[in-house]
Design a protein around this ligand. Structure first.
Ligand SMILES: [Zn+2]
Length: 402
């Protein structure tokens, strides 16, 4: 009993060793596994998230840029408004300039009038002085007393205005003199006023010129600032675009890798260079060989991409080598057909079957019964069309058959 148990244990152990060894030999040489593919897919979705984050940051930035452009156009309106104000101010400055030159002319005229009046007054004064001297020399005491009582000549003239006993001639002369003095005073006042107006106009002009300059400065500053902001945003958007492009390229490369990895995982097997099992046992007659031939039904010269093995309907079809069934299907040319992936880019194809015993995704051993001979599809009688594909091209099955 114990002995028996030990033998079974050893047998199981040997089985496990064999299966482990087999499995090792089946595992493809590249380190592609479901886990490595999952890791790459995780990397892809991470990259996509990063790209999407970049895209939304870029979108936000574009919004900001759009707002800036809108505020720039608002600013353009503001500038148009400013320019309106500028021409108003310029108009005021021009008006003030006209007013100033007008005032300067008026002041010149008034000054001339004043000089003239002062000359007249001087002449009148001299004439009156002569008159008083004459009266004094003639012994007219009125003028003498008047002159003595007054502190000055002009004081005397003020007094004389109220003296009734002055002669008609002297009164007329005195009135003329007083009128000239009034004219001089008024002219001086007018001149003073004109000068003040001129100063005010000059000051106003200066203020307006300052306003003009400050408006121009504001306008230029704002325009420069907004434009600089837009330029910065544009540069940032370009950077985002470059990063998104790089991210997309990385994603595309990873996706390509994953697709290739998945394709390589379609079979657990790697073709090890072994020779094929004859796919149709006991039937070795080749009714049509691999190579150029006249097509039996179409009647044209055509490449025959496999070998036709004549066999009665229902005869067994065997898998030529271990591999994974990648197609077990029907089409109007091939009829019922089976395709097996043996790894290393090597596939075998079995056409015109009457029955198929395997399904897609199944692993098969060399010599496993996978179908039965028939005449389905484009076929003139029961036979197995056996083809071999290597890296996407049909090759001669004789390279693999004894
Ligand atoms: Zn054929």
């Amino acid at each position: 009993m114990g002995n028996k148990k030990r033998i079974i244990g050893a047998f199981l152990c040997a089985l496990m060793l064999v299966s482990a060894a087999c499995e090792n030999s089946f595992v493809s040489s590249a380190k592609v596994t479901q886990e490595s593919i999952k890791a790459k897919e995780a990397q892809i979705s991470k990259s996509k998230k990063e790209r999407d984050a970049l895209s939304s940051a870029k979108t936000n930035l574009e919004k900001v840029k759009k707002q800036l452009e809108e505020s720039k156009s608002d600013l353009n309106n503001y500038i148009t408004n400013l320019d309106g104000q500028l021409s108003d101010i310029q108009g005021k400055i021009d008006d003030l300039g006209d007013e100033i030159s007008q005032k300067v002319k008026e002041i010149e005229v008034t000054t001339e009038e004043l000089i003239e009046a002062e000359d007249i007054q001087k002449a009148q004064y001299e004439a009156m002085k002569k008159r008083i001297k004459f009266m004094y020399e003639r012994g007219d005491t009125l003028y003498f007393e008047l002159l003595l009582e007054s502190g000055s000549f002009s004081d005397m003239l003020n007094k004389a205005e109220y003296i009734e006993s002055l002669s008609m001639y002297d009164r007329d002369k005195l009135n003329e003199y007083i009128a000239t003095a009034d004219l001089i005073r008024l002219t001086k006042e007018a001149l003073e006023e004109e000068k003040q107006t001129l100063d005010a106009a000059k000051a106003a002009k200066e203020t307006e010129e300052k306003n003009l300059q400050s408006l121009l400065d504001t306008k230029n500053k704002e325009l420069t600032a907004v434009q600089a902001d837009i330029t910065n945003k544009e540069a940032a958007i370009k950077e985002y675009e470059a990063e998104i492009k790089a991210e997309n390229a990385a994603i595309a490369a990873l996706e390509k890798e994953v697709a290739a990895d998945k394709a390589s995982l379609l079979t657990r097997y790697t073709y090890d260079g072994g020779m094929f099992t004859w796919p149709c046992p006991n039937y070795t007659r080749i009714s049509d060989n691999y190579g150029m031939r006249t097509h039996p039904t179409l009647g044209v010269k055509k490449m025959h991409n496999g070998i036709d093995l004549a066999a009665p309907s229902g005869s067994s079809i065997l898998a030529a080598y271990r591999g994974t069934v990648v197609a077990a299907d029907y089409n109007s040319t091939m009829g019922n057909y089976i395709m097996i992936n043996h790894g290393g880019g090597l596939y075998t194809i079995y056409m015109h079957c009457s029955s198929i015993y395997v399904s897609k995704g199944k692993d098969v051993a060399a010599g496993a019964k996978i179908g039965a001979v028939g005449s389905t599809g484009r076929s003139t009688g029961p036979h197995l069309h056996f083809g071999v594909r290597l890296n996407g091209n049909y090759v001669s099955p004789w390279n693999y058959l004894k």
